[in-house]
Ligand binder design. Structure first.
Ligand code: AMP
Length: 394
């Protein structure tokens, strides 16, 4: 390796990082790692090289409690420099959740960009402040290293105006209260992988179901986003691990006006106590729910799948039908049960699953008799950030 790119994915309580070869578009990073337990917990560091061998934490093994992103990055950058030896770091690419209406693609970070991104924090309060904190920390500790911001919203800037509009008074739409959509880096990766799986049909009508702790769907035509289930915030659309997904806005009014809940209490309820966790009263983790005999866990899984199938149907007018359905992310890639329950409710579209292929998690899980192809494609958001950084630096 003659040069390297570093990618950061800063979440509310974690920082994921990966190092990619600067010279080639490799699928897998040369090393990757995770620092969990940030922002109040006890931080835990783990990292491994390309062959899966764990790497020694060094000074990162002794991270203090309540370390924030800035403190962690202050230690992580020298640790990474030691791993790289004399291999130069060409740039740091960041996953940034919100680019607002400003960015239809990755952008080189400048002080003006940081100010704009910080201005979008109220639109994505769970993610954006941490993304911006990571960018600021790199700018502070390694000011000469170029930084690239890659947005979860950018992929959806190709949506028609109607797919972006709420039926609200026009001045609010003009102000930017629009359906932005998220998980764009994941959709970008899948869009790039579709031709390998579907040939010319890749440019047809495809819905990608990104089902993980956060879940959404994207309806694509010509491998571009035409509609998506997340909206102004990452709260809308599908039921998620802890988020409620689409909700009658009258429920919010009722909670505030009749039950006297504050805006913060409602936010906590909708973002953190709802979804799989709220309905199951057990866990936000699909694996835990699948292993449970509790009727509430079973109902949570059933609701997750029903809502996914009905949301998929709601996307169809934007692309005029369906040629292929792709499952990705933690649940989409790993839960044969969820894929089966969703596809059963879409049998009217002509979907027939090959049960053995589905159980085995093969890349094509539809039967030969199915009217449309159903695929499982693992996503790779880090790769999209690394490739975008490489393209911009070049
Ligand atoms: P992500 O946010 O993409 O990392 O996905 C996390 C979700 O994937 C959690 O709900 C996990 O329980 C779920 N998941 C991961 N592996 C499996 C599995 N083998 N079966 C069912 N769900 C899984």
């Amino acid at each position: 390796m003659n040069s390297a790119f570093l990618t950061f994915n800063a979440g509310s309580s974690s920082l994921k990082f990966a190092v990619f070869d600067g010279g080639e578009t490799a699928l897998e990073p040369r090393l990757k790692g995770l620092i969990a337990g940030l922002g109040g917990g006890v931080p835990a560091f783990s990292a491994k090289d390309a062959t899966g061998v764990p790497l020694d934490a060094g000074a990162l093994g002794a991270l203090g409690a309540a370390s924030d992103h800035e403190a962690v990055i202050a230690l992580l950058l020298p640790w990474l420099a030691a791993q790289l030896g004399d291999v130069p770091l060409l740039a740091v690419g960041h996953r940034v959740v919100h680019g607002g209406q400003y960015y239809a693609g990755p952008t080189r970070v400048t002080p003006e960009v940081i100010t704009r991104l910080a201005g979008l924090e109220p639109l994505a309060p769970l993610h954006q402040p941490h993304n911006v904190a990571a960018i600021r920390a790199v700018a502070k500790w390694q000011p000469d290293t170029p930084q690239i911001a890659c947005f979860d919203t950018s992929f959806h800037r190709t949506q028609d105006r109607l797919a972006q509009l709420f039926a609200l008074p026009r001045d609010l739409s003009d102000e930017g209260i629009l359906r932005y959509g998220f998980h764009g880096l994941s959709y970008d990766y899948i869009a790039g992988a579709l031709p390998e799986h579907l040939g010319v049909q890749a440019d047809g009508r495809v819905i990608v179901a990104h089902l993980g702790n956060g879940s959404s769907m994207c309806a694509m035509k010509d491998r571009k986003s035409r509609a998506t289930t997340m909206g102004f915030t990452a709260l809308d659309g599908l039921m998620m691990g802890r988020r409620c997904g689409a909700l009658d806005p009258g429920v919010v009014l009722y909670l505030m006006q009749e039950k006297g809940m504050s805006a913060n209490e409602v936010a906590e309820l909708l973002y953190k106590q709802s979804g799989l966790l709220g309905v199951s009263e057990l866990s936000n983790d699909m694996q835990v729910l699948q292993a449970s005999d509790s009727p509430h866990a079973k109902e949570a899984i059933a609701l997750f799948c029903y809502r996914a199938a009905s949301s998929l149907a709601g996307l169809l007018p934007a692309i005029g039908g369906l040629d292929a359905l792709v499952f990705t992310a933690g649940i989409g890639e790993n839960s044969a049960l969820v894929r089966k329950l969703i596809c059963e409710q879409l049998a009217w579209l002509g979907i027939v699953l090959d049960d053995a292929a589905n159980e085995a998690g093969q890349s094509t899980i539809s039967a030969a008799s199915s009217k449309l192809r159903v695929l499982v494609i693992p996503t790779n958001e880090e790769r999209v950030v690394a490739d975008a950084s490489r393209a911009l630096i070049a």
